[in-house]
Design a protein around this ligand. Structure first.
Ligand code: NAP
Ligand code: ZN
Length: 349
């Protein structure tokens, strides 16, 4: 079936209205009417061909929420009308060790929600800046938040799980000092989640204007990372630093803030590499530098349920589809508190 979408025909072109085809639901598929879709910085990296291998037309969007419209004959977990979400994963091999461990995000055959190979037209996946999506039931998440919060739940599907997963993997909780670098879409969720998990949270920002707002998000302390004195006051004190910055920057400035055996996890994925860190900053205190990619389906459901239980949603600015290009420019300037979410109803007509 044909549905309305928003996407780009080339990396140097703005996004514009498109018509795309969605497959009819197969026996294990769930067909979803998309209500809202968050705008992740990864969407911008991909659609502007900053990362390699973007296929055009490209329809981004992997923070998808909506209602089930129809289900295939063998789908038992979902019914028409259910509130559901789709994150960054729409398929995987389903039998490798990663899939069996519920870590589909690390499966070599993982199919991302956009720009991954698929038998469906046009040959690569098309994301959530569209009216509908059809996904195998295994990758459909249940939303237990009240319906009024649905738009603000959308960013949990990427920004939420991408910060929750490393916080859980590195056992963040009471008694742990955690830094979150970059207060954007991911970072603001990282602050909320680390706070809810009981850690002492320090937010690092380049924007003096976010100082007060970061506290309201749940940060116990805020450091403007351009200020060397403020940085030095936290030397050798962190258990974990979660770095969400979308641009290359000085990693050493943060490594020296880790205590013995502390670690920094990079989730930000800049298009060009960071300068290599000074290895002595790792050797000296047995520090680690790691990375983490989104999270598996079971953990995404766990995160959604944790957020529903603790009343956690994203802080969002709702935009129309015809404001997507302008939203990208504002995101690049850090002018968003803290996630743009598209009202997909504005794709109609
Ligand atoms: P975002 O909303 O644009 O936030 C990024 C934040 O980083 C900005 O708000 C800013 O915070 C800070 N920043 C930006 N440029 C900077 C610079 N040159 N130096 C220092 N700080 C800078 O982006 P997002 O959606 O949160 O995504 C962040 C990154 O994570 C992107 O690269 C995205 O592709 C990646 N990502 C990775 C995964 C994964 O699985 N690992 C998943 C989703 C997204 P302040 O104003 O507070 O400094
Ligand atoms: Zn994302």
């Amino acid at each position: 079936m044909l549905v309305n979408a928003y996407g780009a025909h080339a990396g140097d072109q703005p996004l514009e209205p498109l018509r795309i085809t969605r497959r009819a639901p197969g026996t294990h598929d769930v067909q979803i009417d998309i209500a809202f879709c968050g705008i992740c910085h990864s969407d911008l990296h991909q659609v502007r061909a900053e990362w390699h291998g973007t296929q055009f037309p490209c329809v981004p969007g992997h923070e998808i929420v909506g209602r089930v419209a129809a289900v295939g004959a063998h789908v038992h977990g979902f019914r028409p009308g259910d509130l559901v979400g789709i994150g960054c994963i729409v398929d995987s091999c389903k039998h490798c060790a990663d899939c069996e461990d519920g870590l589909e995000n690390y499966c070599d055959g993982m199919i991302g929600t956009y720009n991954f190979p698929t038998p469906d037209a046009p040959g690569w996946t098309l994301g959530g800046y569209s009216q509908q999506i059809v996904v195998h039931e295994r990758y459909v998440l249940r939303i237990r938040h009240p319906e009024e919060q649905l738009a603000a739940v959308a960013p949990l599907l990427c920004a939420g799980i991408t910060t929750y997963s490393p916080l859980r993997h590195w056992k963040v909780g009471p008694g742990k000092k955690v830094g979150v670098v970059g207060i954007g879409g991911l970072g603001h969720m990282g602050i909320k989640l680390a706070h809810a998990l009981g850690a002492h949270v320090v937010a690092f920002t380049t924007s003096d204007s976010k100082r007060e707002a970061a506290r309201q998000l749940g940060a116990d302390e805020v450091v403007v990372s351009r200020n060397a004195e403020e940085m030095a006051a936290h030397a050798k004190s962190f258990d974990l630093i979660l770095n969400t910055v979308a641009a290359p920057h000085d990693l050493d400035a943060f490594l020296v803030l880790l205590k013995r055996d502390g670690g920094m996890t990079l989730v930000g994925a800049p298009a060009t590499p960071h300068a290599s860190p000074n290895v002595f900053n790792l050797i000296m205190k047995r520090r680690t530098l790691a990375g983490s990619m989104i999270g598996g389906i079971a953990e995404t459901q766990e995160m959604l349920d944790f957020c529903a239980e603790h009343g956690i949603v994203a802080d969002i600015e709702l935009v129309r589809a015809d404001q997507i290009n302008e939203s990208y420019e504002r995101m690049l300037k850090g002018d968003v508190k803290y996630r743009f979410v598209i009202d997909n109803a504005t794709l109609a007509g």
